[in-house]
Design a protein around this ligand. Structure first.
Ligand code: ATP
Ligand code: ATP
Ligand code: MG
Ligand code: MG
Ligand code: MG
Ligand code: MG
Length: 233
């Protein structure tokens, strides 16, 4: 309080950087598993998409959304998840380091805490880690384009991984041979337009008061945003 005495050391607080996120902008925190290529191998993830791992990621995202303030939507794929804070959020005075560290630490502890619920007899062999970053988007359009960028990345990786693992598991190619085969084909895939609706592993979590609901749907097209205008309110 105001009556609290200050020590002569108090001035060191002035060395802290101001990392306030710009007012009225969407604040996005994206986290990503550290060296999950190795983590997936060590924990026998099924290829190309281990559904236990994907559902654990979504459980962690739900926990983050229910424990922390002001998150309106989260989108995840592979070992990453993005969390969007509402434009008017004043949580921790909009300090980027607070947003990021709370999201990432809550997510990482949840990953360990809920591991057994998804992997049952497969033991957790070492403590996983996640990196995090904060990006601020000034308009609804740039926010939607950000989320579309992540889902398009999901589609592209899924196309590649699905074919890669079919070549290895079903056609008996070595991983090197499969990679060489796909390097040639990659030129072609660039010309192919992605269908609006695609099967694959993509997850969206939206917030309804205190419950976070997992959805698996397209967010690149307009339909999702028309059905859920409240998210960008
Ligand atoms: P970095 O530390 O730079 O992020 P990384 O090894 O985690 O390195 P990413 O580009 O993040 O590299 O890729 C994550 C990798 O984790 C994928 O390439 C894949 O091998 C593996 N992975 C993540 N989730 C799954 C899953 N559900 N099923 C199978 N493999 C997965
Ligand atoms: P915030 O989320 O703002 O950090 P907080 O409750 O964690 O809120 P702090 O100022 O960080 O507030 O204080 C940590 C509190 O945790 C202490 O006031 C004390 O009550 C408790 N605490 C932490 N470590 C111990 C410990 N080893 N033994 C007893 N109490 C502890
Ligand atoms: Mg990476
Ligand atoms: Mg990673
Ligand atoms: Mg990744
Ligand atoms: Mg504390």
């Amino acid at each position: 309080g105001a009556a609290m005495a200050k020590s002569k050391f108090e001035y060191v607080r002035d060395f802290e950087a101001d990392d306030t996120c710009l007012a009225h902008c969407w604040v996005v925190v994206r986290l990503d598993g550290r060296n999950f290529h190795r983590f997936a191998e060590k924990h026998n993830f099924t290829k190309p998409n281990d559904s236990r791992a994907l559902h654990l990621m979504t459980k962690c995202a739900q926990t983050v959304m229910e424990e922390l303030e002001d998150i309106v939507i989260a989108y995840g794929q592979s070992d990453e998840y993005s969390f969007v804070f509402k434009r008017k959020s004043n949580w921790f005075k909009r300090r980027a380091s607070k947003f990021m560290t709370h999201v990432v630490s809550q997510f990482a502890s949840s990953y360990v805490f809920y591991w057994r619920d998804y992997f049952e007899d497969q033991p957790l062999r070492y403590p996983p880690g996640f990196d995090g970053r904060v990006v601020v988007y000034p308009s609804n359009q740039t926010l939607k384009d950000y989320l579309s960028w992540r889902q398009a990345d999901c589609h592209i990786n899924n196309l590649y991984n699905t074919v890669f693992w079919a070549l290895v598991q079903q056609s008996g190619l070595t991983p090197i041979q499969a990679q060489e085969r796909l390097q040639v084909d990659e030129v072609m895939t660039k010309e192919v337009r992605l269908p609006a609706e695609m099967e694959g592993k993509k997850m969206v979590v939206t917030r309804t008061r205190t419950k976070a609901v997992p959805l698996h749907c397209d967010i690149i097209g307009d339909a999702f945003w028309k059905e859920h205008p409240e998210i960008l309110d």
